[in-house]
Design a protein around this ligand. Structure first.
Ligand code: ZN
Length: 399
């Protein structure tokens, strides 16, 4: 094959199959042409003491908050609405130019850490242009807000025109009704319906804090005070519980339920749903132990997100998996790596083209430096918090 390049490295980790020590991966044009054991093909390039892993998939971030790092410290779980107020005040303080600069900074950070597919939630779809020029795949979720009927009508029109806009090979449009406390039920239904056409994922923040439950069940508590203070309170039309939301958004398209910190593992969760777990943000707010293992045991997909820099120290998706390994060492590392790559691609509806090192998929991978020591299992080395200098290939080209 003319122009094909065969790389070798200390480890090739396809995620969809067993790791290959000194294996090879052959790239032809933008795709993976072969993945072999050591000795089958003569490599053209030796990448040395690295693991070749699939490009990282960040299922949840808000790039427009990338200027907020360290400025809105996460609160304890009982004062979550104070943090939300801080985020709103921060957003209002930024000019459109500043917001675009923030988006580009966040994007640069995602790229530096080896992200090759991102799901970004953006007010007004503001990250579309920046992402359109960037070397990665993206699903841009236009955020929808609206508890009161008139505000919801505006959002509905925005949603329709957003979903009717053009897409490109690497950029897809989707919708995110923000959360059950900020979006009326009929707008959530509408978002699901509009997403059904192109089978685009729908994302909604769900069960992030315990106070949401009190609001939905009893229409009271800190969220009510928060919404009243913003003059957007409207009890009529709000959902009653998490299960009803998961049901009404279900048009068989992929569904991303962001956080699920307080959703009972026994809840009825529709097919093709993903729990997007943001581990370091979850820990920063001091939420109780996350039920992701219980969700997985029930067959619910669980993928990772970084959330935004308003609650997270960086946008390194692999650092999320490493963090979980540190606090929940019983979870097998290979499962965590899958959650950081292939599972995320499945969640965002892109697993046919990326997320693992398989013949025919896009050549999207990261050369991750490994420590200079022996280990029987390469995952042990991958999960050591070592060098963050990563080289990333996207569609057959080094970025
Ligand atoms: Zn979020």
């Amino acid at each position: 094959m003319a122009d094909a390049v065969t790389y070798t490295a200390r480890w090739i980790v396809p995620v969809s199959s067993e790791p290959l020590e000194n294996g090879t991966i052959t790239v032809y044009k933008s795709k993976i042409a072969a993945v072999y054991d050591r000795g089958r093909l003569k490599p053209d390039v030796d990448l040395g003491n690295v693991a070749i892993i699939p490009g990282l998939v960040n299922c949840h971030t808000h790039l427009d908050l990338s200027g907020a790092r360290g400025k809105i410290p996460p609160t304890d779980p009982d004062h979550f609405t104070d943090w939300l107020k801080g985020v709103i005040a921060y957003r209002r303080s930024r000019t459109p130019e500043q917001t675009q600069a923030d988006i580009r900074d966040g994007l640069a950070e995602c790229l530096r850490y080896g992200t090759t597919l991102v799901g970004d939630i953006a007010a007004d779809g503001a990250s579309w242009e920046a992402l359109a020029e960037a070397p990665l795949r993206a699903v841009v979720f236009h955020e929808l807000i609206g508890l009161k009927p008139d505000r919801a009508d505006v959002s509905r029109r925005e949603a329709e025109s957003w979903m009717n806009g053009g897409e490109s090979q690497l950029r897809r449009r989707a919708l995110s009704p923000h959360a059950p406390y900020s979006v009326r039920k009929d707008l959530i239904v509408e978002a699901g319906r509009l997403s059904r056409v192109g089978k685009r994922p729908t994302a909604i923040h769900l069960g992030e804090s315990r106070d949401e439950i009190e609001l939905l069940h009893r229409r009271r508590g800190p969220f009510r005070e928060f919404l009243e203070s913003m003059a957007v309170w409207c009890a009529d039309g709000m959902a009653d519980d998490f299960s009803s939301i998961m049901k009404i958004v279900d048009f068989r398209q992929p569904k991303l339920f962001i956080h699920m910190n307080h959703v009972a593992p026994s809840a009825r969760i529709p097919r093709n749903s993903t729990c997007v777990f943001c581990p370091r943000t979850h820990a920063a707010f001091g939420h109780p132990r996350h039920p992701f293992r219980e969700f997985q045991a029930r067959g619910v997909r669980v993928a990772f997100g970084t959330d935004s820099l308003a609650s997270n120290p960086d946008l390194d998706l692999l650092a999320e998996a490493r963090f979980v390994h540190a606090i929940r060492p019983e979870v097998p590392r290979d499962e965590l790596l899958r959650m950081a790559t292939l599972t995320g691609a499945e969640a965002l509806g892109w697993a046919n083209e990326t997320g693992s090192l398989e013949v025919g998929k896009s050549a999207d991978f990261v050369a991750l430096p490994l420590p200079n020591r022996d280990a029987v299992d390469v995952h042990e080395l991958i999960f050591e918090d070592a060098n963050r200098e990563r080289k990333t290939m996207f569609r057959g080209e080094w970025r």
